[in-house]
Design a protein around this ligand. Sequence first.
Ligand SMILES: Cc1cc2nc3c(=O)[nH]c(=O)nc-3n(C[C@H](O)[C@H](O)[C@H](O)COP(=O)(O)O)c2cc1C
Length: 422
Amino acid sequence: MGSARNNQEPSGCEAASRNATAPEPGFAPGIAPIDPAAFASAYQIDPRLPALVPGFDAPFYQAGLAGYSDAAMRIIARRQGCPLCVTEALLDRSLLDGGRGFAKADLGELDNNTPAGPEDHPLVGQIMGSSPDEMAAAAVKMVEQGRRTPKEYRLIRERGLASAPESAGEITAHERTFAAIDVNLACPVKKVSRKARGGHWLREPAGAVEILRAVRDAVPDDIPVTLKIRRGSDDTPEAESNFMRVFDAAYEVGIAWATVHGRTVEQKYVGPSNWGFLRDLVKRRPDRLIFGSGDIWNAEDIFRMLEYTGVHAVSVARGCIGNPWIFRQANNLMRGIAPKPPTIAEQREVLEHHFRLSQAVNGERKASLLMRKFGVRFSTHHPNSEDVKRRFIEVKGTDEWLAVLDEWYTTDSERAPEPAQA
Ligand SMILES: Cc1cc2nc3c(=O)[nH]c(=O)nc-3n(C[C@H](O)[C@H](O)[C@H](O)COP(=O)(O)O)c2cc1C
């Protein structure tokens, strides 16, 4: 176990989200008559999902969330029935920066330093960067668990995979690799040294396609390569045409699915996600496997988006920070069971587990800071949410954090626990 994320260079997606708007409904004219519970109980998952990623057996997953979605948050989500998780966007450069750079990346080091250990699987590793060669080498390093020497990965970056010694050796079942590699063309953080990365590639569609092709060519055929993309750089017709160019080319080079965030890069996280755009896209490209992102705030929203837009799966992002029960509720909706909020006892159990896992992943000091921000989000489920929130904001270390649990999470509420999922 290690402090995998200490000192990690932030990918910036988190900073760019600090201007996020409060929850508001998706941009979806005519959505009112939709009955998400009825739709959920009759819903049949597209068989391509579990065929591509064994275990991906429900139409939703936990998104990459820089600064939040580390192994601790992912495991907490999985314990509530989340079938698939994505790492936060990892910079190709950090991944390639020798052993330390690789170890620093958020790879979920809970199981003997093995990314995607048994409880954190299936896991999609997301990469972001400015150069096709670096992105391809970083993707190879991820799926190989970094088992070659740094020099060999430098060679792969400079001259391609063909130039490297034949094999990185067998990956044993214990060392499970990533279930898929996701290319981030969505993060709105500013350009670095005038080089595009993340969502800024949408202004340079030819470069974006080069990255997708390079990563797809480098990753073994049996590991899907996928795409996270925004609906455009802005609202101009040129931006939409760039989007379509990258989107269509992605499938031509062999991308398995694209998750489309219905906001523009310029919008960052402000204003509604345009579900109408997603609906039109699915109609225009009926054969493509398309996932949707944006404005999923509760379990019903997952099924509202599925029905309204026709996407094949939904990415749950801000709606699951401090709310892993969204996954249990979504699974229960599919079984015809109305969602119930977590009892105080259930909240305490999850808060304790999350805290212990975070300490194992991040080390004690960083876990205390991180859990303060999670505590604030968890507090929204408490009947005295404002008081609990204030207490979480004040905490300085482990003892104080645990004292908030003793102070506020001891009496059970009257609510009956929700039935466990099948
Ligand atoms: C704090 C934060 C960090 C994020 N980091 C990532 C990331 O690393 N990778 C990614 O694909 N998306 C990232 N996103 C975008 C989300 O995955 C999602 O697309 C976006 O928040 C829209 O969904 P929502 O409106 O339901 O939150 C981030 C969003 C936030 C708020």
